[in-house]
Design a binder for this molecule. Structure first.
Ligand code: CDP
Length: 150
């Protein structure tokens, strides 16, 4: 009886922990330079491979959104970015909500490189609507066009 209670308890704790991990925030970066935004081509999972995204990923324990944006841009692009603000529209993803932050390259920092993507491209306001974005990122096409317009 005690053992059954304990294992029920353990299962409840495990599923609460899984729910927390699943609900953890994800951030993406609208990295802007010269009125263009950086799009990065995904390599995984197979359903998203070849599609373009705003670089980003999961916010880790104890990190702010801005910390996560800076870390993800280091890991994925080898570059230093400065966070400026945030887009109004959040993206819906399976794991919950993804917040898009705006950023620029730190002065004199390294050029972005595709360390975890199959390609990078700078996209102008005119080009944004025609990019093959991952499904979630399509929701911010209008915000990106506004951001890049003079
Ligand atoms: O790098 P990490 O594994 O933390 O994150 P990720 O796999 O790049 O992104 C976490 C989730 O957010 C995945 O389901 C991505 O498909 C999604 N995502 C997205 O929809 N749009 C983005 N711009 C970035 C991530």
């Amino acid at each position: 009886q005690v053992r059954r209670l304990l294992s029920a308890r353990a299962a409840a704790v495990t599923s609460a922990a899984e729910a927390l991990v699943a609900a953890r925030a994800v951030v993406a970066t609208a990295l802007v330079r010269d009125r263009s935004v950086l799009a990065a081509q995904r390599t995984r999972p197979p359903a998203l491979a070849g599609l373009w995204e705003l670089p980003g990923g999961r916010v880790e324990e104890g990190e702010s959104d801005a910390d996560a944006v800076v870390r993800e841009c280091r890991e994925e692009l080898g570059t230093e970015v400065v966070v400026d603000g945030r887009l109004a529209t959040d993206l819906r993803i399976d794991a919950g909500v993804l917040r898009v932050h705006t950023a620029h390259l730190a002065d004199g920092g390294p050029e972005p490189r595709a360390l975890e993507h199959s390609g990078l491209r700078w996209v102008t306001a005119a080009e944004v609507p025609g990019v093959d974005w991952v499904p979630a990122d399509r929701a911010v096409v209008a915000d990106l066009v506004d951001l890049l317009r003079p």
